[in-house]
Design a binder for this molecule. Structure first.
Ligand code: SF4
Length: 103
């Protein structure tokens, strides 16, 4: 089982796409929501993406922690920065590069 170091970097660097179910739940603040009326339209314009703060970090990132941890989107649950999953390797590299730049 992976253990998150809670550095919060993934929540700063990546856009989080909501599933249709998550989007329809109305539970999450999303981007450009006022311009769309359904999920298909939302996907086309990226309105199924979690809203971001001015510094581009996730709207739910507070003090390096997820303020909605128990009901964070599935995309967030799936990602771990020590994953062997090939689909995450470019994201993991971005996190390492980001940390190296800040070091
Ligand atoms: S919902 Fe939580 S885990 Fe997902 S990006 Fe935002 S702060 Fe991070």
């Amino acid at each position: 089982m992976s253990k998150c170091s809670q550095c919060g970097v993934c929540c700063r660097l990546f856009l989080i796409n909501l599933s249709e179910e998550e989007y329809r739940s109305g539970r999450y603040d999303t981007m450009f929501d006022e311009f769309v009326s359904d999920f298909e339209e939302a996907e086309m314009v990226g309105a199924n993406i979690l809203a971001q703060k001015e510094d581009n970090s996730c709207i739910y990132l507070k003090d390096k922690k997820c303020s909605i941890h128990n009901f964070r989107p599935q995309s967030c649950k799936n990602f771990f920065c020590d994953s062997d999953n090939l689909q995450f390797q470019s994201m993991i590299k971005k996190i390492k590069d980001y940390k190296n730049e800040k070091a």
